[in-house]
Design a binder for this molecule. Structure first.
Ligand SMILES: Cc1cc2nc3c(=O)[nH]c(=O)nc-3n(C[C@H](O)[C@H](O)[C@H](O)COP(=O)(O)OP(=O)(O)OC[C@H]3O[C@@H](n4cnc5c(N)ncnc54)[C@H](O)[C@@H]3O)c2cc1C
Length: 391
């Protein structure tokens, strides 16, 4: 095992693996370090993606990644009013275990070196400059060297903080999520379901994301300001009992999703942040897979160019940060404003919105129409919603 590389990437989730793949394809010598013993587990994700988003990166999507094709959605108000909606595009619930695994395999196929059970503990600095990382590999301390380190270490990322970037998420914008994968269910597996309400998931929402004819990811996220009032897992047990009485969980996971404003700083001298480590998930939905891939592709290409030019200064890496803030980062800024408005809704507001939506023909209940109805008395936010949903 070499100790010197062009680029070290910390974390082999979608962001890290796809950055590694892209940079290696461009000719860089890449080391990808993953703290878990295996890529792709545990799956802390509801695994939902839009087909349109995935096609930006993968023109042809392998069947083995797709657990379930989704063609519709159902919104359920606190009083139980159910509104079926037409998302206007197909979605997929992925087999993330396979998806993450395949992305990592593609990175390795392109020449990246992947090391699992490699927990990065610190940045190495030489003459004040980032020069590599210290990691514990199978319990043994090891040093790896590269002029450029990329933090793709997820929501709990420490890489940015170690490099002096202010990455702390305000506690009220850190949603706590818990999810069970349930089996033996009787339901419409072509629809994703969303539930809102103070007794269901205050400051967030609950979801049912089908993984097949009788299996689904059933979970919820609670806004940071509410997590202390009742344990999120208690909300989940209540929701599971209500939606699928008598059924139990096959697996259970918990994780955090930052639903905060986008992180301004994504680069420093010798350092880049990608995916959840760069707070790139959408703050309204919590979806971060496609955003991580989009960012990874930019980051990987620019990182390879920077090391080949011998210039990994913040100036040389800045085009990545700028491109992010001009593209998906801008959508995330607008989505944050919508999140702030929607998360303030009372149960009555949600119930009223559901009743209004029922008066609109089902085929016209698009995502934009739903926000238009919900925010009818906030015209300025409607403009933001139009910028997000009408492209
Ligand atoms: C409950 C829940 C449901 C979600 N549902 C969806 C959804 O339906 N759709 C969607 O698009 N998004 C969803 N998300 C968000 C999505 O999971 C993330 O946005 C996505 O995984 C981001 O990918 P990433 O590669 O940036 O981070 P991660 O997938 O978190 O990968 C980070 C990797 O870094 C590794 N790592 C961390 N620290 C170190 C270290 N020190 N050394 C080495 N390795 C390290 C971790 O082990 C991990 O493998 C959900 C999140 C949660 C918590």
């Amino acid at each position: 095992m070499n100790r010197h590389y062009d680029i070290i990437i910390v974390g082999a989730g979608p962001a890290g693996a796809w950055t590694a793949r892209t940079a290696a394809e461009c000719g860089a010598a890449v080391l990808l370090l993953e703290k878990d013993r295996e890529v792709g587990v545990p799956v802390r994700c509801a695994e939902g993606v839009s087909e349109k988003g995935m096609k930006l990166i993968f023109p042809s999507i392998p069947d083995r990644w797709i657990a379930q094709i989704i063609t519709g959605g159902r919104l359920v108000a606190p009083d139980g009013t159910a509104v079926d909606a037409y998302p206007g595009e197909r979605g997929f619930v992925l087999h993330r275990k396979l998806f993450d695994w395949d992305l990592a395999a593609m990175a390795v196929d392109s020449g990246a070196v992947l090391l699992c059970k490699a927990n990065v503990k610190a940045l190495i600095k030489e003459n004040g400059k980032i020069a590599g990382v210290q990691a514990e590999v199978l319990g043994e301390k090891r040093s790896f060297f590269a002029p450029l380190v990329i933090g793709a270490d997820g929501t709990e990322s420490r890489i940015g903080r170690w490099a002096g970037i202010q990455t702390a998420v305000p506690y009220e914008d850190m949603d706590t999520c818990v999810q069970a994968t349930m089996a033996g269910l009787d339901f419409d597996c072509t629809k994703v379901e969303f539930y809102v309400g103070d007794n269901i998931a205050p400051g967030g929402y609950a979801w049912v994301f089908p993984k097949g004819p009788d299996t689904a990811n059933v979970g919820l996220g609670i806004g940071g300001a509410y997590a202390a009032e009742k344990r999120p897992v208690e909300y989940l047990y209540d929701f599971m009992d209500r939606r699928f009485p008598g059924k139990s969980a096959v697996t259970m996971v918990a994780g955090g999703v930052a639903t905060a404003k986008p992180l301004k700083t994504l680069v420093a001298d010798g350092l880049m942040l990608v995916g959840d480590a760069g707070r790139q998930a959408n703050p309204l939905t919590g979806g971060g897979i496609v955003n991580a891939l989009i960012a990874a592709e930019h980051a990987g290409k620019l990182a390879a160019k920077a090391v080949s030019d011998g210039d990994v200064s913040v100036r040389a890496l800045m085009p990545y940060q700028k491109a992010w803030h001009k593209g998906e980062g801008k959508i995330n800024r607008l989505s944050f404003k919508l999140k702030e408005a929607v998360y303030r809704f009372s149960d009555d507001d949600f119930n009223r919105t559901a009743q209004m939506l029922l008066k609109i023909p089902e085929s016209k209940r698009t995502a934009f129409q739903i926000f238009k109805t919900a925010l009818f008395n906030e015209p300025r936010l409607l403009i933001d919603a139009a910028k997000i949903f009408i492209t």
